[in-house]
Design a protein around this ligand. Structure first.
Ligand code: NAP
Length: 325
């Protein structure tokens, strides 16, 4: 797919995602100029210091004036009120998009405030980290990741193609699907794992407050047993994730219901010492991990690619050294 170029990109919200779009769009020469804004003066000042936008303005309305591409990069709960602010100031023919992790609710909240003269093409780049703010972004974030577009029925096809071209220019693979389907898929691949991580980290924290069972220092010291991988996910931005759980209530509750049934099955298997059930499930889940590595969505490196300290160059003590040494 050929990369699409825009004259003026307006970014509303310049945190992890907005600032990564700005950096990547610049690096790939996809935009003539970038105008950015954020809610707080502190963030706007930081964006200016970082120099990732050509212009930083104080209001959302001012940001969209004359832009042919507007991308709203803010927590999903804010999207409706921001659409109301920018609606009257959008240039006719502009493409308006977002990056929200939930699609049906965001479309429902934004669409009524957008004039018929613009093209609304919602999007969700399935890429991120647990960090937030303009310093957290980087130009390579979207390379090899998927960006899902959920254009409402009847959206001008050329506008969808242009936005596809923009995201592929940022390095992403682009897919399209309905908002409702997106929300179900993401409920199981992203929202439910976050809920589980938030729960287990909370449980460990509550448990370690009761010093008679497991101490806090034990939880931290032995975290490499699996816990630390949950803590990375559970360190994600609280506002963003509160909004996601409220906005994708139906999808998450459906997946949570299935999860609870499966957890009950495993609980029973442990209680009755049914090792076959456990072994059969763990064999299937291992295949899923191999599949994710095979399609390039993670690296095969053990320990999830964390740098490891090297071993001491001193010879190994017997009996570990071979006889020849
Ligand atoms: P972030 O780093 O916390 O940045 C959010 C930005 O939105 C900040 O610049 C904030 O400004 C601004 N903002 C909030 N309310 C605003 C308003 N009413 N008007 C103008 N600006 C406003 O968040 P993020 O991680 O980039 O996430 C942004 C969106 O991307 C969310 O909808 C999220 O669901 C989606 N997403 C996130 C990830 C991820 O891994 N993080 C991945 C894919 C999609 P201040 O700093 O001044 O408050």
């Amino acid at each position: 797919m050929t990369a699409a170029r825009f004259r003026r990109l307006a970014l509303i919200g310049v945190g992890l995602i907005g600032s990564s779009i700005a950096r990547a769009a610049r690096a790939q020469n996809l935009v003539g100029s970038i105008v950015a804004t954020a809610r707080s003066a502190k963030t706007r000042r930081r964006v200016m210091e970082l120099g990732i936008a050509d212009q930083v303005v104080d209001t959302n309305a001012a940001a969209v004036e004359g832009a042919d591409l507007v991308i709203v990069c803010i927590p999903v709960g804010e999207c409706g009120s921001v659409a109301r602010e920018i609606g009257p100031h959008l240039a006719p023919g502009a493409i308006v998009s977002d990056v929200g992790s939930v699609k049906a609710q965001v479309m429902h909240d934004m669409a009524p405030h957008l004039p018929a003269s613009v093209h609304f093409v919602p999007a969700h780049p399935v890429a991120g980290t647990e960090h937030s703010g303009p310093d957290a972004g980087f130009a390579e974030l979207f390379i090899g990741r998927w960006c899902i577009l959920t254009p409402p029925e009847g959206t001008y096809a050329a506008a969808v193609e242009r936005l596809k071209g923009f995201w592929s220019g940022l390095g992403a693979n682009v897919d399209t699907m309905s908002a409702e389907h997106h929300d179900l898929v993401l409920a199981v691949t992203s929202h439910l794992p976050h809920l589980i991580a938030y729960t287990i980290v909370g449980t460990a924290n509550d448990l370690s407050a009761d010093l008679s069972t497991v101490t806090r220092s034990e939880v931290l010291q032995y975290s490499a047993g699996g816990f630390r991988d949950f803590t990375r996910i559970a360190a994600s931005d609280p506002t963003m994730w509160r909004d996601i759980f409220l906005a994708n209530k139906a999808g998450i509750l459906e997946m949570l219901d299935r999860f609870n049934r499966d957890l009950a099955k495993l609980t029973r298997a442990i209680k009755v010492a049914d090792g076959d059930t456990l072994f059969e499930l763990f064999t299937r889940t291992r295949e899923i991990r191999r599949g994710i590595v095979a399609v390039g969505q993670d690296s095969e490196a053990p320990d999830f690619g964390r740098p490891r300290p090297s071993l001491s160059p001193a010879p190994l003590p017997r009996p570990y050294a071979s006889e020849e040494e």
